[in-house]
Design a protein around this ligand. Structure first.
Ligand code: SAH
Length: 230
């Protein structure tokens, strides 16, 4: 069983639409759709936006469906040179950029309990993500740190801060908390997102304009990826 999590309905509807042998159940307000995607057993869910929703979804999915790996799919803000709208970014690790106990002397992003800043994604899974991206014509795939926080990043100041403090190549609002849940539960995971905006001063215009195009890119990649995970 492969777990697929998207934050928003738009990020999961193509997946759901392509799944066969579907069965649905709703737990704590989150609907889980179990079935097959490209012939591979999976469970897909819309978590809702932000770290709390995403963590609830990931933990419930793990306890109820015992996925052997979890993929967080969807869209993100791209950061840094060469990362363009509709490119793919796969996380080698995720961070929670708004976790901040630095006034107590901790480094920014330090997560007490697991006592780390960066949460590593599964390398074997990422190899397959890159292979799948290579199979989609004209799809550029970047790899690096994805920064998660409970805020839409839509200004040069915020974007520069995330690049400087965390070396991030993309930002979004769920991957880092799904990563924390997976890390604690020892479930291999990765975050694969298509770029919907550049997290800069134009992001408020680009995001609604390119959301659907980016979602489609993520989905194209996923349909290539699923058979590699069988
Ligand atoms: N009210 C809006 C909120 C969208 S928030 C709506 O319901 O459509 C943006 C979503 O896309 C989040 O789930 C986040 O993970 C991702 N995202 C895309 N670009 C982002 C950016 N520049 N900063 C933060 N999150 C971004």
């Amino acid at each position: 069983m492969i777990g697929l999590i998207g934050a928003m309905t738009v990020e999961v509807e193509l997946i759901k639409g392509s799944m066969t042998e579907k069965r649905e159940e709703t737990i704590s307000g989150i609907t889980f759709v179990q079935g097959k995607l490209e012939g591979v057993d999976c469970v897909a869910a819309v978590s809702g936006i932000g770290k709390v929703n995403a963590a609830m979804c990931a933990q419930t999915m793990i306890l109820r469906y015992h996925p052997r790996l979890i993929i967080n799919t969807g869209v993100a803000g791209g950061m840094g040179k060469g990362i363009k709208i509709s490119d793919i970014v796969v996380a080698d690790s995720v961070v929670q950029h708004d976790m901040d106990t630095s006034d107590l002397g901790d480094p920014k992003g330090f997560i007490s309990g697991i006592d780390r800043i960066q949460i590593p994604c599964d390398e074997e899974l990422n190899d397959k993500v890159r292979a799948a991206a290579g199979a989609v014509e004209g799809l550029a795939c970047h790899q690096g740190i994805i920064a998660t926080g409970d805020q839409f990043v839509g200004s040069k100041d915020k974007l520069n801060r995330l690049m400087e403090e965390f070396g991030a190549v993309a930002c979004e609002m769920e991957g880092g908390s799904i990563g924390q849940v997976c890390y604690i539960n020892k479930v291999p995971f990765t975050v694969v997102r298509a770029i919907s905006d550049n997290a800069n001063d134009d992001a408020h215009m680009d995001y609604p304009k390119f959301l659907k195009i980016a979602v489609k890119k993520s989905f194209e990649l996923l349909t290539e990826l699923m058979p590699l995970l069988a």
